[in-house]
Design a protein around this ligand. Structure first.
Ligand SMILES: Cc1cc2nc3c(=O)[nH]c(=O)nc-3n(C[C@H](O)[C@H](O)[C@H](O)COP(=O)(O)O)c2cc1C
Ligand code: SF4
Ligand code: SF4
Length: 452
């Protein structure tokens, strides 16, 4: 069995699966249940000057009636429990689970003494590290904290420096995605002496408006406010930001990846793009702590399959495969192929290609049925038809062997590269489609369809 043990910026945990700072880490009894369930680490719900929350405070976007809450929006603030109570429970939790990673998430006003005070008090109870919440985008930011801090690199650097003046355990800076480029705050955290960063916190959002009351959700007595968006819908944004930092020449700190992780596959993707650990919130709020069992099994099996002895072998493996657009091969060419044995003739691919792509999936009448047929000479390989097809593996994208020599945009514009391949250079690609129509299709029908 592959070794899932993780050393993240000096913080040890039995596996890379941590709970993010949020309702699932609100108190000691919850974190202890989570550790019992198998979570390797937990970032405690952010502590600071206790706040008062509004009611209600969550709203969501459903994927479909069977896939609820693909995006979650919240206007909850930091812990509403006293720092004293939180610290007492952290101490107890750490005593019971000495091998698990227990991180204190902190947010106080922008004063050196306030940060020194909370850091000293929290490290006295034996936490393994700190996470500085420079990311909360609602409520706290109006008070000059959270994302108000993370959006100004100089502030983020300054507060990190204050914390590092007194911290004796590793300091993780949690970054906000509500910025233009993640590189500036990431580099600022590094300049401030941070040991690691975590990202992303939630994204500014208004999920919906009630069409009868005219009030956006969540409804707080007829009014609402923008919140922070998270859950599976934000994964692509989080993955992009993680990979941007991971491939930056200047930035070199460990990354804890957060945002939309719902299973071991999502977690593996974050690890591949440079995360040393991952953190989860929404999926646990939806399905409970027990999801970690599948995450542990799934990741272990995957590592075994890939012949990797340890999770660290996976970290960052995909980073070199993320490049600037101008470094991609303009001559790489795929075309769509339809498996007509699987096709249910729903015509979605035809409609999508007609109105959203390149009009190269005509419908061919064969007997009493009309089949979609790809004219490969016109197909630009955009993927749209394979994305809309409801039948798994019915449309696959096939790479054409017979194409021009690799050619990047940089080479193309420098004029020092091989001549760009033309459609003709692909060697009768259009003809290839004739062998990918339903068996028994009369050739004149196919030719007629393709010449449409
Ligand atoms: C209700 C709620 C409360 C949250 N509270 C905090 C918090 O106190 N501190 C913090 O750093 N992040 C907080 N977060 C953000 C999460 O830690 C996490 O960054 C975000 O939800 C993205 O992860 P996910 O897509 O797995 O939910 C909160 C999120 C939610 C939904
Ligand atoms: S890949 Fe794009 S262009 Fe090609 S057939 Fe599908 S939708 Fe049309
Ligand atoms: S979308 Fe898929 S199932 Fe529907 S017609 Fe096209 S190939 Fe067939």
């Amino acid at each position: 069995m592959a070794n899932l043990q993780t050393n993240f910026a000096g913080i040890q945990s039995p596996n890379p699966f941590w709970l993010a700072s949020a309702p699932p880490t609100n108190m000691g009894s919850m974190v202890e249940r989570a550790f019992d369930a198998g979570w390797g680490g937990a970032v405690w719900k952010t502590i600071g000057e206790p706040i008062r929350n509004v009611c209600s405070r969550l709203s969501s976007i459903d994927g479909s009636s069977t896939q609820r809450m693909i995006g979650l929006n919240n206007i909850e603030l930091i812990s509403d429990r006293s720092t004293e109570v939180n610290l007492r429970e952290m101490a107890q939790c750490k005593r019971k689970f000495p091998k698990h990673a227990l991180i204190a998430s902190l947010m106080v006003e922008s004063k050196r003494e306030a940060w020194h005070d909370i850091v000293k008090r929290a490290q006295d109870v034996g936490v393994d590290g700190f996470e500085l919440n420079f990311g909360c985008p609602h409520g706290m930011s109006e008070r000059g904290m959270g994302s108000a801090m993370g959006q100004v690199p100089e502030y983020a650097q300054m507060v990190t420096e204050w914390v590092k003046e007194v911290a004796t355990v590793p300091v993780i800076v949690k970054l906000t995605p509500n910025i233009t480029s993640i590189l500036a705050p990431g580099r600022a955290a590094q300049l401030g002496g941070a040991d690691a960063v975590s990202l992303i916190n939630t994204i500014n959002s208004v999920t919906s408006v009630d069409l009868d009351t005219f009030t956006p959700n969540p409804n707080v007595g007829g009014l609402s406010a923008h919140g922070g968006y998270c859950g599976p819908a934000v994964k692509p944004i989080a993955l992009n930001m993680v990979s941007e930092l991971a491939r930056d020449d200047v930035f070199n700190l460990p990354i804890s990846g957060i945002g939309g992780i719902k299973d071991w596959r999502d977690a593996a993707e974050f690890l591949l793009l440079g995360s040393g650990t991952v953190q989860v919130c929404t999926q646990v709020m939806h399905y409970g702590y027990r999801i970690v069992e599948d995450m542990i099994d799934g990741l272990s099996n995957y590592l075994d399959e890939k012949g990797m002895a340890s999770v660290t072998e996976l970290v960052g493996k995909s980073v070199p495969r993320v490049q600037n657009w101008s470094d991609l091969d303009l001559n790489f060419h795929t075309v769509a192929r339809i498996d007509h044995d699987k096709c249910i003739q729903c015509n979605l691919c035809h409609i999508a290609c007609e109105d959203g792509a390149h009009q190269c999936i005509p419908l061919v009448q064969i007997g009493d049925k009309r089949f979609p047929v790809v004219d490969e000479s016109e197909c630009v390989g955009c993927n749209l038809c394979s994305l809309v097809c409801p039948v798994p593996d019915c449309i696959t994208m096939v790479s054409l062997e017979d194409r021009g020599a690799p050619l990047t945009w940089k080479q193309f514009t420098n004029g020092d590269a091989p001549v760009q391949a033309t459609t003709e250079d692909h060697g009768g690609v259009g003809m290839a489609s004739i062998s990918h129509v339903p068996e028994g299709t009369p050739s004149e029908v196919v030719k007629g369809a393709i010449s449409l």
